[in-house]
Design a protein around this ligand. Structure first.
Ligand code: DC
Length: 221
């Protein structure tokens, strides 16, 4: 193993990837790379430019002249061309548009090359639906988190409730199920559990317990 430690966490929407990735990054004192936030930031810029879910090619062009950076903070700050968009990219509208635009190969190519460059900068925990297969296929530890659709919707509901918004559980379940379908069936790098990833079923486990399991895999080598 080289001196850089790269942990890639993959899995469907709402499986707990970001919570677990943040815990691991903080325990290990290494960077946390939220690849989904990059798609979300681009979606926000695309929305502001009047683009829709069909306009992936134009969104990819916009990406060429866009700076997306991460800044310190809890939650980690996301900067779009220098503007702090951390909260603006967490709406349901942006979730939808990010998911739709992420289907376009042009968008994925631009994102993946940036993400690979970020990984090459040093140790990190990266998280997102292609990180174990495309962005960091040679990561030291690869993990695929799973949970049932109902469990993921329940967790998303809880997360949103803490933030003061409480969409109907039915509409969340539908939204996550649609995103699953899009993620699993897209032509370019569909969501899959690669054969060398550790599959972790997260039902009934707290994020800390999931992180413990992953640290255990790491210790195994
Ligand atoms: O993880 P998230 O919900 O913040 O991601 C937002 C969208 O971005 C998600 O619906 C699909 C896309 N995405 C992707 O295609 N590949 C990634 N590595 C991360 C996110």
């Amino acid at each position: 193993m080289n001196s850089n430690l790269v942990i890639a966490i993959d899995g469907p929407a709402g499986a707990g990837k970001s919570t677990v990735a943040k815990i691991l990054a903080s325990r290990l004192g290494i960077r946390y790379l939220d690849t989904g936030a990059m798609y979300r930031a681009l979606a926000l810029k695309a929305l502001r430019a009047g683009l829709t879910s069909q306009d992936g090619v134009q969104a990819a062009q916009i990406l060429e002249n866009t700076e997306i950076e991460f800044g310190p903070g809890n939650p980690q700050r996301v900067l779009l061309d220098g503007e702090d968009v951390t909260d603006l990219i967490r709406t349901m509208e942006i979730s939808e548009l990010a998911s739709a635009l992420s289907v376009f190969s042009e968008v994925r190519a631009g994102m993946v090359s940036r993400q690979k460059a970020l990984v090459a900068e040093g140790s990190c925990v990266l998280e997102g639906r292609d990180t174990t297969t495309v962005v960091a296929p040679t990561a030291d530890v690869k993990v695929f988190l799973t949970a049932s659709l109902e469990e993921r919707a329940r967790r998303r509901h809880q997360e949103l409730a803490v933030k003061g918004s409480e969409p109907e559980i039915e509409s969340l379940t539908k939204q996550i199920s649609e995103r699953d379908h899009r993620d699993y069936t897209r032509e370019d790098s569909p969501l899959t559990c690669s054969s060398d990833a550790h599959l972790v079923e997260t039902f009934g486990l707290t994020p800390d317990q999931v992180a413990d399991q992953i640290m255990g895999k790491f210790a195994e080598g």
